[in-house]
Structures are given as C-alpha cells and as structure tokens.
Design a protein around this ligand. Structure first.
Ligand SMILES: Nc1ncnc2c1ncn2[C@@H]1O[C@H](COP(=O)(O)OP(=O)(O)OP(=O)(O)O)[C@@H](O)[C@H]1O
Ligand SMILES: O=C(O)C1=C[C@@H](O)[C@@H](O)[C@H](O)C1
Ligand SMILES: [Mg+2]
Length: 175
C-alpha cells in the first residue's frame, strides 16, 4: 500500500486544503505528515521547534513520512520543508509526487502572520518566505512528477488540476 498522491510545496501552497478535497473526491483517506508528527508527539509543531529545535523535528518528520509512504493508501501531504531532507527525497522516489507551487504575494497572503508556522514567525515573514521559495523551488521541482501553479486557482480547481495530472495517461507521459 502506498499513497495515491503525495503533495509537496511551501507553506500556504494549499497542501492540506487541496489534499483533503482530493481525498474526498477519490474516496480515500487524507493524512498530513505534520499531523502524524503532532499526534505521535502529543504536542504542536511550534512547541517541538521551540523545545527540541528544527533538526530534531526533521528527524521526526522523516520517520513520519517514511511510515506514511509505506502504509497510507490515500492522499498524503508533506510538511513544507520535508523534501529538504535528503532521506525524504530518497524515500519519495517512485511515488506520485505533485508540487503545488505558490508565488511570493499569494503565499504571504495565505499564510498571514500565523504563529503556527514557526519558520515564518520572525520579524520579516515576507523576506523569510522569499528566501525559502528560492532555496526550495529547485528541490520541489526535482522530486515532483507534476507542478501545479496555484496562485490564480481556487482550491477546487487545484484539486481538478491534480486529478488531471495524475490521470493514467498524463502520468505515463510524465506530464
Ligand atoms: N488555491 C487557493 N486559493 C486561495 N486560498 C487558498 C488556496 N489554497 C489554500 N488556500 C488557503 O491558504 C491557507 C493555507 O492553506 P493550507 O494550510 O492548505 O496550506 P499548506 O500548504 O498545507 O501549508 P503548511 O505547509 O503551512 O501546512 C488556508 O487558509 C487556505 O484556505
Ligand atoms: O516549511 C517548513 O519548513 C515547515 C512547514 C510546516 O508544514 C511544518 O512542517 C513546519 O512548520 C515546517
Ligand atoms: Mg498544511
């Protein structure tokens, strides 16, 4: 058993929102590596960052992703930074990975100033988000089979685009 779709992308790309829609459409379960880590740890990711640090979180995240890739046969959304871990990238090989892309303006608008995202909780979330996009874009692209630009699409339309990309024909052609 393995996921029918794995969604990656920066914070605010819509992985959780679109992932749930997609799972409903396909009649399969949805899970999110962030939720798996929080459930296993019994605390919020912001608390894990605060007390254990990011490196410790990345280890927990890698284990959560590996487990879900092996066992979850629905839609899986990954934490925004998960593909930056080499072991996660190796584990993603062969899975139907879809990159939900979002530009700086839309991304910042969507994430707002939520303290639930520890990496963006600094003094200049816009600059942080911009640097994060630059660093991660090539990595997201390298691991994904498909890329969907979400800036001008409602979540329902993004779900449509993911379904179209994952249709057997498009998938075989790597489109
Ligand atoms: N295509 C979209 N158009 C407009 N708003 C969107 C779209 N996708 C998501 N949103 C909104 O943006 C916010 C962030 O979406 P979501 O939590 O799904 O992102 P995420 O990729 O899971 O982020 P994170 O990595 O932080 O978990 C939510 O308020 C959601 O309703
Ligand atoms: O972009 C990131 O590095 C993160 C995104 C969230 O999904 C969480 O996994 C965590 O806040 C880190
Ligand atoms: Mg999410």
């Amino acid at each position: 058993m393995s996921p029918v779709a794995v969604l990656i992308g920066p914070p605010g790309a819509g992985k959780s929102t679109v992932g749930q829609l997609l799972a409903e459409r396909l009649g399969v379960p949805f899970t999110d590596s962030d939720t798996i880590v929080e459930t296993q740890q019994g605390r919020a990711i912001s608390d894990i960052f605060l007390s254990d640090g990011e490196a410790a979180f990345r280890v927990m995240e890698r284990e959560a992703v590996a487990g879900a890739l092996a066992e979850h046969d629905g839609v899986l959304a990954l934490g925004g930074g998960a593909p930056m871990t080499e072991g996660v990238r190796a584990d993603l090989d062969g899975h139907p990975v879809v990159f939900l892309a979002v530009g700086l303006a839309a991304g910042v608008r969507r994430v707002g100033l939520s303290t639930a995202r520890p990496l963006l909780a600094g003094v200049n979330p816009r600059a942080t988000f911009s640097a994060l996009l630059q660093e991660r874009l090539p990595v997201y692209r390298a691991v994904a089979r498909h890329e969907i630009a979400t800036d001008d699409l409602e979540p329902e339309a993004v779900a449509d685009a993911v379904l179209a990309a994952l249709s057997p024909e498009a998938d075989r052609a790597g489109r």
